[in-house]
Design a protein around this ligand. Structure first.
Ligand code: PLP
Length: 383
C-alpha cells in the first residue's frame, strides 16, 4: 500500500481499522431493514463473543468505558471504596472509578512490561479496597496468576481492563475466558472494532439481567402487562449496525492477530539491524508471550523531546501516538492530591513512550520504513 515509485510514499497512520466489503454490505442491509438499533445482531454478536470466551456470559455495550463502569456498579463499588489500578492507562480506567463515587489508588508500573507492578499491589491494599483493576497495556497481559492469587488471599474482586487485549492469552488461556470480570473495547483503534462499543465478560456469580438493566434505564420489565424500573440505569446499548460491524470483525480476529504478530517480529528484526536498542531506545519485551500486539511502543532516550520526534516523523510521512500520559498528573487527579514523583516509573515511561504504526493492512516494507525513518530522526538528534 505504500509502494514507492519514486514519489513520496503515502502517509502511514499509527493505526487504521480494516473493514471488509461483506461487513459494509451487511451494514447497508441492516440500515434498509427497518430495525437499526439493538436487536438480532446484538444478540448474535453477544453469542459469538460468548463462544469466543469459552461459553462465559457476555453482554455488549456502546463503549468500553461504560462497560467498566457497569462492572463496578455490579460489584457494588461506591463512595468510601478504593480500587487499585495503574497510572499508565487511558484515563477511562480511573475515570470510571470516580464515576461510581469511589477512589482510585494507583500502583506504579513495572518499567519492563509497562503494566501495574503486581509485586507492589499488596502494599496498597487497605480495609477500603474492593477491587483490583489491572490493565493489559498494549495487549500484554499482566501476571494474572499472581493477581488472582492475591485477590483470593485478600478477598478482593478483579475487573480486568482488557480494552486492548482481545485475543491475548495468559498461560495458554485466552484473556477473558477465565477469571472474574473482564471488559473489552471495540473503539476503532482497538484490534477489532464495532465503530464504538465494548463487552463485559461476567463471572458465574453475576446476573446478566442486572448488566442489561444497568445498560438500559434499569428497566426490569417492559411488556403488555406493564413496565417496572428498579435501579438507575443508563443508556449504553449497542446498535445492530455497530454489532454487525463487530461480528464481522470478530470473524477476522485470527487473521488480524497473525498479521500483528508478524509485523511485531519485523519491527524487532529492523530495530536489531539498526541497533536502536543499543542507541538507547527501549523496545517492548520481545518475550511478550500471549500479547495480541495491540500496539508496538518504544520508550525514547531521555535526552529527546518526544514532541520533536513525533513532528519529525510526521514530516517523513509516519504517524505516531502517545499511549499514555500518566493519569495522576491530570488536573482532576492533582486536585485530589496526586502529585509528580508519586509513581516515577509511570512518569518516566509516560513522558517518553511512543506508539509506532501497527495495523493488519501494513506489510513488512512499511515496518522497515518506520524503523529507518525513526533511526534517521534519532541520528539527526545525535542518538
Ligand atoms: C480504549 C480503552 C478504554 C475505553 O474504551 P472506549 O471503548 O473508548 O470507551 C479503556 N481502557 C483502556 C486501557 C483503553 O485502551
Amino acid at each position: 500500500m505504500t509502494a514507492n515509485d519514486g514519489q513520496t510514499p503515502a502517509f502511514l497512520p499509527f493505526t487504521r481499522p480494516d473493514l471488509d466489503e461483506e461487513t459494509i454490505a451487511g451494514v447497508v442491509e441492516i440500515l434498509r431493514s427497518g430495525w437499526i438499533t439493538t436487536g438480532p445482531w446484538n444478540a448474535r454478536f453477544e453469542q459469538a463473543l460468548s463462544e469466543f470466551f469459552g461459553g462465559r456470559a457476555v453482554r455488549a455495550f456502546n463503549s468500553g468505558t461504560v462497560t467498566m463502569e457497569i462492572a463496578l456498579r455490579m460489584l457494588g463499588v461506591g463512595p468510601g471504596d478504593e480500587v487499585i489500578t495503574t497510572p499508565l492507562s487511558w484515563v477511562a480506567t480511573a475515570n470510571v472509578v470516580l464515576a461510581v463515587g469511589a477512589r482510585p489508588v494507583f500502583v506504579d508500573i513495572d518499567p519492563r512490561t509497562r503494566n501495574i507492578d503486581v509485586t507492589r499491589v499488596e502494599a496498597a491494599i487497605t480495609a477500603r479496597t474492593k477491587v483490583l483493576l489491572p490493565v493489559h497495556l498494549a495487549g500484554l497481559p499482566c501476571d494474572l496468576d499472581a493477581l488472582y492469587a492475591l485477590a483470593a488471599r485478600q478477598g478482593l474482586r478483579v475487573l480486568e481492563d482488557a480494552a486492548q487485549a482481545i485475543g491475548s492469552s495468559w498461560g495458554g488461556r485466552r484473556v477473558g475466558s477465565f477469571g472474574d470480570y473482564a471488559s473489552f473495547s471495540f473503539h476503532p483503534n482497538k484490534n477489532i472494532t464495532s465503530i464504538e462499543g465494548g463487552c463485559l465478560v461476567l463471572p458465574a456469580d453475576a446476573d446478566p439481567a442486572l448488566a442489561e438493566r444497568y445498560r438500559l434505564q434499569g428497566v426490569r420489565r417492559f411488556d403488555i402487562d406493564g413496565m417496572d424500573v428498579d435501579l438507575v440505569g443508563g443508556k449504553a446499548n449497542l446498535t445492530d449496525v455497530a454489532a454487525r460491524v463487530g461480528w464481522g470483525q470478530l470473524q477476522r480476529l485470527q487473521e488480524f492477530h497473525a498479521r500483528r504478530q508478524a509485523l511485531a517480529q519485523a519491527y524487532f528484526a529492523s530495530f536489531a539491524r539498526l541497533e536502536l536498542g543499543a542507541r538507547g531506545v527501549q523496545l517492548p519485551p520481545r518475550d511478550a508471550a500471549g500479547t495480541n500486539w495491540h500496539m508496538f511502543q518504544v520508550v525514547l532516550p531521555p535526552q529527546l523531546r518526544r514532541a520533536d520526534v513525533m513532528q519529525a516523523l510526521r514530516q517523513r510521512g509516519i504517524g505516531s501516538g502517545v499511549h499514555y500520559p500518566p493519569i495522576h498528573l491530570f488536573s482532576l487527579y492533582r486536585a485530589m492530591g496526586f502529585a509528580p514523583g508519586a509513581f516515577p516509573h509511570a512518569e518516566r515511561v509516560g513522558a517518553a513512550i511512543l506508539t509506532l504504526p501497527l495495523f493488519p493492512a501494513m506489510d513488512d516494507a512499511d515496518v522497515d520504513r518506520v524503523a529507518r525513518e525513526l533511526s534517521a530522526v534519532l541520528r539527526e538528534s545525535g542518538v
